[in-house]
Ligand binder design. Sequence first.
Ligand SMILES: [Cu+2]
Length: 151
Amino acid sequence: MEWTAATITVAIILTLTLGRTVMDRQWPKAIGILLLVGLIAVPMMISRRTAQSDLKQWGAVEPAIQTAAIIVDTAFVPDHIQFAAGVPAKLIFLRNTGGECNEAIVFPALNKRIELPIGQRVEVEFSGGEVRRLDFTCLKRKMRGFVEFST
Ligand SMILES: [Cu+2]
């Protein structure tokens, strides 16, 4: 249900009326109002859900995915990425032959180790819901980088 001025007004009136009937112990009236609300709200919610699944079927509500690539050499290039919070994100790591302990990277906060075979594209996906900064390092923690989700 959309929270337009009209639906908010109706909701306030119904809540006040319902409150009064409950205080006056007019139970049949209170039940009547609740049934009325159900009769209006349930079909609205069902039609809304149907509309959304139709949209999904047509690919219209597929979330956009932010992507960025990082070259892993003797350093991470670039060494930090900025993403918008609340949007799914994908980091693509591409490891060159440079560096000593780059066969994997670590995201300490996620307790995650990601193997980086030379010359292969490795994708790391984030739901991106929260505002946060995630650091990552090479295995000896000499090379450092981070990805930041901000508003
Ligand atoms: Cu290293």
